[in-house]
Design a protein around this ligand. Structure first.
Ligand code: NAI
Length: 348
């Protein structure tokens, strides 16, 4: 029995969670789900979007699936009180990642059969550093008219993310690491990140290393995305470029992800809580379902993960089964039911 923490989240979170759990159950793998309150719904009950007992429970269970959490505009920073210390974070999502000790966000970006986009053959991975850069919550009001923040890049975190990406690339049979940075203007911070990448990737003879200024990387991604393999990016560029890459394959609704640390791992889609479509039953659950497939791989269930992937692509091939973000009219749960039916039939 796999005991998994589930954070249903905000906005479309509960809808895509219901869909993803239905499909994961249809694989026949024995799961026990434990719902963990977090986000705006938890704020009502516990007075904070990040109750300590929720964080503690995820640390105990070690594997989680997390739907998106809303970060209120202009008032995003959150404080977590632990072991007599106060920790301030730039937002609730940054806080969960940090509190779980996760340092790497892995986001595979892949063209899917049945999802129209400008490109057809994309298969790249964004590896985003998630502990530092400009999201450490060190933002200050200097005067009423001036605000500033501190960008933090350390050798330790930079080497760790390049090592994580290089190990992953080697395991996955990938060939090239591209580091995105702005070292020409930010010579100390991004310069350090770049130098760490050059040094670490050199230790992996099977891997090629290249680096691009982040603006040029965005340009090249739009012109020729097929030429990229594994992108390694500091926190903020990784955040932004992930959404750009999701656009390349047709929708944010199909881009999954996983957050990795030494103790806890949790899987979440690239997209946010999509308040503009929340409650309408039309959210695309594919990104969260694929995050579930990543979890199966992590749990050593690669055969089931592939089976799930095939059922998903088979369902998407029929235009009737596509949600509005990818040009169809299908509802979230109708889509989930179709995938679940294929998996259940396949099992018999
Ligand atoms: P968003 O990713 O929620 O939405 C951007 C656009 O993509 C919207 O038009 C939305 O409808 C669409 N979209 C996103 N996911 C979709 C899906 N599964 N199916 C169909 N369409 C989908 O980004 P936005 O609007 O900037 O953020 C909304 C809230 O989510 C904010 O509070 C933000 O801070 C939070 N957020 C949370 C994240 C997380 O929990 N990891 C990540 C990104 C944003």
């Amino acid at each position: 029995m796999h005991h998994i923490a589930i954070i249903p989240g905000d906005g479309i979170g509960p809808e895509i969670t219901k869909a993803a759990l239905m499909i994961l159950e249809a694989t026949g793998i024995p799961f026990q789900w434990e719902m963990i309150p977090m986000g705006e719904s938890a704020r009502e009950e516990f007075g904070t979007p990040l109750p300590n007992q929720s964080l503690e429970r995820i640390r105990e269970l070690k594997v989680a699936m997390k739907a998106p959490l809303i970060v209120p505009k202009g008032a995003g920073s959150v404080i977590v009180q632990r072991d007599g210390h106060q920790r301030r974070y730039s937002g609730v999502n940054a806080a969960v990642r940090a509190e779980m000790g996760c340092f790497a966000n892995l986001r595979p970006i892949r063209s899917l059969r049945g999802v129209q986009s400008r490109y057809t053959n994309i298969d790249l991975v964004v590896v985003r550093e998630i502990t530092e850069d400009v999201y450490t919550g060190m933002e200050h009001q200097i005067t009423e008219d001036v605000a500033a923040l501190i960008k933090v890049i350390t050798r330790q975190a930079s080497e760790r993310i390049f090592r994580f990406a290089s190990d992953y690339a080697t395991r996955a049979g990938r060939r090239k690491i591209t580091a995105g940075h702005k070292a020409n203007n930010l010579s100390l911070t991004d310069g350090l990140f770049l130098r760490c990448g050059q040094r670490v990737v050199q230790e992996y003879p099977g891997l090629e290393f290249e680096d691009l200024n982040i603006d040029n990387l965005c340009y090249q991604l739009v012109r020729n995305p097929e030429s990229f393999d594994v992108l390694v990016l500091p926190n903020q560029y990784g955040d932004i470029v992930s959404d750009l890459c999701a656009g390349l394959v047709g929708s944010l609704g199909i881009a999954p992800g996983g957050n990795f640390g030494t103790d806890v791992v949790f899987f979440e889609a690239v997209h946010g809580a999509a308040p503009d479509i929340a409650g309408k039953g039309i959210a695309n659950p594919v990104a969260f379902i694929l995050s579930g497939a990543m979890m199966l791989d992590y749990l050593g269930l690669a055969v089931e993960s592939n089976r799930l992937f095939r059922a998903l692509e088979q369902t998407l091939e029929d235009p009737e089964n596509r949600t509005p973000d990818i040009g169809g009219r299908c509802k979230t749960m109708e889509f989930a039911q179709k995938v679940a039916d294929i998996l259940t039939k396949d099992k018999k």
